[in-house]
Design a binder for this molecule. Structure first.
Ligand SMILES: CC(C)(COP(=O)(O)OP(=O)(O)OC[C@H]1O[C@@H](n2cnc3c(N)ncnc32)[C@H](O)[C@@H]1OP(=O)(O)O)[C@@H](O)C(=O)NCCC(=O)NCCS
Length: 152
């Protein structure tokens, strides 16, 4: 199995939107939100291809706080038939690389407290829970996770 990662463009929108709807029932991004993120200069959308088929994607955005540049993982989506093949891990690592190339020191994200697959992935990749987000999702609480990418 060959997994390759590349930057996404607006021409990939139909595939991205289909995977987004497959992955999220209540919290799916709209097509307009995805397009806006694809055009946003501070956002990075990477997609994974498995044998030339789009299998998943990740979107991250950077923002400045008072003293550092933070990378925020907005979403990570892998189509059901391509899960448990290492695609999610590859996407996350590729986004972290891009964040670091852009001077990001800390990466953060939110996850539903009942999303075991995502929680396992993030923990294995070195993310730590730093807070509970009460009522963050429509039907669940969230957890805020953080990972230090570079020693400041
Ligand atoms: C979470 C998600 C991105 C993982 O993608 P994936 O390509 O299947 O993940 P990987 O194959 O790279 O797995 C990496 C690790 O994640 C964990 N993991 C992934 N799927 C899991 C599952 N179903 N059950 C338990 N752990 C799981 C494992 O620790 C795995 O490591 P291992 O294979 O060495 O055991 C995928 O399940 C998905 O798209 N889910 C729906 C969307 C979503 O919930 N996104 C996260 C929002 S915060």
């Amino acid at each position: 199995m060959r997994v390759s990662i590349r930057k996404a463009s607006v021409t990939d929108i139909e595939a991205l939107y289909e995977i987004e709807r497959e992955c999220f029932t209540f919290e799916a991004l709209t097509k307009e939100q995805l397009i806006s993120l694809l055009h946003d200069a501070d956002s990075f959308t990477l997609l994974a291809q498995v044998n030339d088929e789009i299998a998943g994607f990740i979107i991250g955005k950077t923002y400045k706080t008072k003293d550092q540049l933070v990378g925020h993982v907005i979403t990570i989506d892998v189509a059901s038939k391509h899960r448990r093949k290492g695609v999610g891990r590859k996407l996350l690592k590729a986004l972290e690389e891009i964040f670091m190339e852009n001077g990001v020191e800390v990466c953060c994200l939110e996850v539903r407290e009942d999303n075991i697959s995502a929680l396992n992935l993030y923990r294995k990749e070195g993310y730590e829970a730093v807070g509970k987000l009460e009522g963050y999702y429509e039907r669940a609480h969230g957890i805020l996770l953080k990972k230090q990418l570079k020693t400041p």
